[in-house]
Design a protein around this ligand. Structure first.
Ligand code: SF4
Length: 718
């Protein structure tokens, strides 16, 4: 029996995991297998329910006597950016959220040197008097420790007075990492682990429920995380007073530790999954979207998490540390995220009493459960190399779990792709709209390394010429100069990789000169062109599937390989499913074409304009595509086209990092190539590093014929 099967059977028999089991799960388990295990365990506790609440965070002050090294929030009195809200300001924020139907205010802040215990009691009782419907979850163990010491009270006495003034429960902050090896380095003057735990023990004895957290992704290692979780599990055994465990992903801005890296998406999911399995006496694991970002938070709902926190409205602590998630999600955004993860939204109060749940979603969940045996059987066939018919493909696309799909897709990928790792292609967009000579000069510059800061071998760079790019005009209607440029570049740099993009534009090239498409393609091929793909700028929706397939067939007939774009679409309304039937039909047609011509390098998955496809649905579509087109080497997941939920967060300032987090997950679920990475505005080496840190071996694909190379990457295991 393998170590994982042994762990699995012990979990099924209700046995508890040891520290070494948890370490094994962190270090050595396949992401899909780990997620599947955690997902199943979560569903035995929580079915398909995912909780959220309508709440608001209030951070009354960032003035703090401590100087934790990871903290970007705190300021000393008089510092730029230091603030303190008056009681009236705090009450105004509570009033605002109470009027919006919130059930909770979450209050945490710095350890203010001048605010005394009485002012905190006053804050609680004023909120409670004016807004009795609001549950007040307030003050970390570190704040309680500080307040009690200032008032010369025992923790038990301080908590009793706070409770009498309106305190309903305590949040879980300040736990960071308990292990002294780490705690002394990141927050040496803060309440230590034993005291933090003892304050929560005291709160539980006083009848106050509390949350607990773990700050990960900085200088700790997995064993520190396991030690941290074990201490929490022991206290939970003793008191049963914790509501929920919340892993907090480290935010890297403005800290004294010199850490600049966000946590890896794969590590976020692993941490959620291991915590779900290890903390067997906790009912709830929170996917805290403020710190994970909504994309990973949604994915985590399939990796063991069953709570998304709440609407939040204003949160300054992670925001000042580089949190990229905006500060508010509406109820309907939360519902959509949950539904599109195939889960049922349940509004809760702070203590996990149910306020509302969606009956329609329960019906859909039951429908999925009915199909479970059928989809398992169908995916077993796929794993054995059997093809499914379109009806069966639709059934697995709609009803199989993300893990079943991922597992089957990985098996197909191993069978089909020549390289069992993810690849990508550094590209240099030829944007020159001047004469032919200056375009050739751009290529010369790359080969002489005279105008670039990258350190990539120019022979591994693909020169892309997008005919539909609105900023490029020189070749749009000039086949002669285009062919002349391609043949000239090929003569000067043998085997140079040039990718021509824009299917409709290539068609137009012929129309201008009254040439048939076949002739245009013949001339391009003769000039040395080997690769054509869709444009980033061109909408192919007005071409029928038949016309598109025919275009690719004609390219293949003159020995030009192609990459076809395949789009997944849905209506732009939160709850709707992707249009799987259309997607499956198109994928099937491309499969048939490749059987006939062997000319497709792969299919490139994108979200159709105007569609609302969440990252989780996109990952699902990758796996479905990989399963259907089991004769085509690559399932391309263009890095620049990975959808994120940025449009749904208030500030909309999420950079490319959510896609960076999702890229490794995309490769783990059947994607085999991240497409072209323009070296003019991004660094392919950074992406490779990120993928390899995530445990996903990655290589640079060094030509447009789709062959991979093991050069340039340390993690390749062909
Ligand atoms: S983490 Fe909390 S205690 Fe530490 S400096 Fe920041 S606000 Fe103060």
């Amino acid at each position: 029996m393998s170590a994982l099967s042994d762990i699995q059977s012990r979990i099924e028999n209700g046995q508890r995991l040891s520290d070494s089991d948890a370490l094994f799960l962190f270090e050595q388990t396949d992401l899909i297998e780990l997620g599947q295990l955690a997902n199943k365990f979560n569903q035995t506790k929580n079915s398909r329910s995912v909780y959220y609440n309508v709440n608001r965070h209030i951070n009354p002050t960032n003035i703090c006597v401590k100087s934790c090294k990871f903290c970007a929030f705190s300021r000393k009195p008089g510092d730029e950016g230091a603030y303190e809200y008056s009681l009236d300001e705090i009450l105004a924020k509570a009033r605002d959220v109470a009027s919006q139907g919130a059930t909770e205010v979450h209050i945490v802040g710095g350890l203010h040197p001048r605010w005394n215990f009485q002012s905190y009691l006053q804050m609680l009782s004023a909120i409670k008097d004016q807004f009795p419907q609001l549950h007040i979850k307030a003050f970390t163990a570190v704040e309680i420790d500080w307040l009690a010491a200032k008032a010369r009270l025992s923790v038990a006495e301080a908590l009793t007075q706070l409770k009498n003034a309106g305190l309903g429960s305590m949040p879980g902050g300040g736990a960071e990492i308990f292990h002294p090896e780490i705690r002394t380095q990141i927050c040496d003057t803060k309440t230590d682990a034993e005291r933090w735990l003892d304050i929560h023990r005291t709160a539980h004895k006083a009848g106050l429920k509390t949350n607990c957290t773990m700050l990960y992704g900085h200088i700790e290692n997995y064993s520190h995380r396991v030690d941290h979780m074990r201490r929490l599990r022991e206290l939970q055994d003793e008191t049963g007073g914790f509501n929920v465990f919340i892993p907090l992903a480290f935010q890297p801005h403005d800290n004294e530790m010199g850490i600049k890296r966000y946590t890896l998406g794969v590590d976020d999911l692993r941490t959620i999954a291991v915590s779900r399995l290890f903390l067997d006496n906790f009912n709830h694991i929170k996917s805290y979207w403020i710190m994970l970002g909504p994309d990973i938070a949604q994915m985590a709902l399939n990796f063991g998490a069953n709570d998304l926190d709440g609407t939040v409205t204003e949160e300054k602590i992670s925001r000042m540390a580089g949190g990229r998630s905006g500060m508010v999600l509406t109820k309907s955004q939360i519902h959509n995220m949950i539904r599109k993860a195939n889960r049922t939204p349940v509004e809760r109060d702070t203590l996990y009493n149910q306020i509302w749940h969606d009956d329609e979603d329960l019906r859909r969940s039951a429908e999925r459960d009915e199909h479970r045996d059928e989809t398992s059987m169908l995916l077993y066939k796929v794993e054995q190399g059997e093809a499914l018919d379109p009806k069966q493909q639709a059934s697995v696309a709609k009803f199989a779990s993300i893990f079943e799909l991922g597992q089957a897709a990985s098996i197909v990928k191993k069978r089909v792709a020549k390289s069992p790792f993810g690849t990508l292609l550094p590209s240099y967009p030829l944007l020159n709209d001047g004469p032919l000579e200056s375009l050739q000069a751009s290529v010369d510059d790359v080969f002489s390394n005279s105008n670039t800061s990258h350190d990539i071998d120019p022979k591994k760079i693909c020169f892309t010429l997008d005919l539909a790019d609105p900023t490029v005009d020189c070749f749009k209607h000039d086949l002669d100069s285009l062919c002349s440029f391609i043949s000239g570049a090929n003569a000067k740099y043998p085997n140079i990789a040039i990718s021509l993009q824009g299917i409709k534009s290539i068609w137009k090239l012929g129309q201008v000169k009254d040439l048939a498409l076949e002739e245009v393609l013949e001339r391009l091929s003769t000039s040395g062109l080997t690769n054509i793909e869709s444009s980033l700028y061109e909408n192919e929706e007005d071409l029928t599937t038949f016309e598109l397939i025919d275009f690719h067939r004609k390219c293949h007939q003159v020995d030009i390989n192609t990459i076809a774009k395949i789009e997944i679409s849905s209506t732009y309304s939160g709850g709707s499913e992707p249009f799987w039937d259309q997607f499956i039909y198109k994928a099937g047609e491309y499969k048939k074409l490749h059987q006939e011509t062997l000319g497709l390098l792969g299919l490139s998955l994108e979200v159709a304009a105007g569609s609302f496809i969440t990252p989780l649905e996109f990952i699902r579509a990758i796996a479905v595509l990989r399963i259907i087109t089991d004769n085509i080497e690559h399932t391309f997941v263009p890095f620049t086209k990975i959808p994120t939920l940025k449009a749904h967060s208030k500030d909309g300032d999420i950079g490319s990092d959510p896609a960076l987090k999702l890229a490794a997950i995309a490769i783990s679920f059947g994607g085999s190539d991240l497409g072209q990475i323009p070296i003019t505005d991004s660094d392919p080496n950074r992406l490779i590093e990120e993928l390899e840190l995530s445990g996903v071996p990655t290589g640079i694909r060094n030509n447009t014929r789709g062959q991979s190379t093991s050069e340039g990457s340390t993690g390749l295991q062909p």
